[in-house]
Write a protein that binds this ligand. Structure first.
Ligand code: AMP
Ligand code: FE
Ligand code: FE
Ligand code: ZN
Length: 290
């Protein structure tokens, strides 16, 4: 595997952050307690929780971080549609008390549960005897998704492993793939701002849509996730230049899902804390107060 590039100028005494982490509140395998424990063990100073379409893990994660002297940033990873393509947008410092945010998250979660039923129907039509209840039991959270279907397929003996489940059934274009309901990119960025947050385009290297980044930036984006465990060193440096050119804060995160993908990725990306400070200044409340 290509070694991800960490931000340059990284002195050993510099405070570092990981701004992309998942727990069991979406498709990660760690509890907030376990994740905070790993964050402290690998020497992080600040962490953001970015579970898919939910902020339900943020209160327990805040408590777990407080107990370890870690700074905690409440966030979420939202799905956005732009010209028929799916992008992920990270929202940071989201106000969980925002009625608009909570209403939208409730809609996404209801759509996710319906999508599990639709994916299971498709699997059933192909002779795979899986039930939606089995998937929802594996998920055991408000934000069920394809990773949980993959785990249920493995547990049921229908697939060899997680990757096999995606390759045979769940990847876009495969028999059990069902598109996800999503807001547009403009609506997603507006929602994050309405909830007091800063909006960052997640892992641009996974979309093969680099020419669309300036247009997304023009919709009010605040940052670009330049450093990610699936970006090569070359790609990371290139995205950092893109961020600088477009006036975006260059951010980074491991996208750790616990043991879901074989190895915990937390600790692989160490973002200098100055980037956290720069991103924090982009929040609408911060801008209004300035
Ligand atoms: P969903 O939100 O239900 O569409 O699931 C998306 C999640 O599935 C991503 O955040 C990844 O964690 C995981 N995922 C997506 N594509 C793959 C793949 N090809 N192989 C393994 N995991 C994947
Ligand atoms: Fe995920
Ligand atoms: Fe993502
Ligand atoms: Zn993620």
């Amino acid at each position: 595997m290509d070694t991800p590039q960490n931000p340059s100028l990284l002195a050993s005494d510099m405070k570092v952050a990981d701004l992309h982490l998942h727990t069991r509140y979406s498709d990660g395998t760690y509890t907030p307690e376990e994740l905070a424990g790993h964050a402290a063990a690998v020497g992080l100073d600040a962490v953001a929780l970015t579970d898919h379409d939910t902020v339900a893990g943020c209160a327990p994660m805040a408590a777990a971080c407080a107990g370890r002297g870690l700074e905690f940033i409440p966030g979420s990873e939202l799905t956005a549609d732009l010209e028929g393509r799916e992008f992920h947008v990270l929202g940071y410092w989201l106000d969980a008390g925002s009625a608009l945010l909570q209403a939208r998250l409730a809609e996404f979660q209801a759509a996710r549960i319906q999508r599990i039923h639709d994916m299971v129907d498709r699997l059933n039509h192909r002779g795979i005897g899986l039930t939606a209840d089995a998937v929802l039991a594996v998920a055991n959270c408000g934000s069920p998704g394809r990773p949980h279907v993959a785990r249920a397929l493995v547990e049921g003996g229908h697939c060899r492993n997680y990757d096999d489940a995606f390759e045979r059934f769940l990847k876009k274009g495969r028999p059990a793939w069902v598109p996800k309901v999503a807001l547009t990119m403009a609506e997603t960025i507006q929602l994050i701002h309405a909830a007091g947050g800063a909006a960052v385009l997640a892992h641009p290297g996974l979309y093969r849509s680099d020419p669309m980044i300036p247009g997304i930036a023009a919709l009010g984006l605040d940052g670009l996730e330049c450093w990610h465990t699936r970006h090569s060193a070359t790609a990371s440096e290139s995205y950092a230049r893109t961020a600088a050119r477009l006036g975006l804060v260059a951010t980074g995160g491991s996208d750790c899902h616990g043991m879901a993908k074989g190895e915990p990725l937390i600790g692989r990306i160490r973002l200098p804390y100055a980037q956290v400070t720069a991103l924090k200044a982009r929040r609408p409340v911060a801008a209004a107060a300035a």
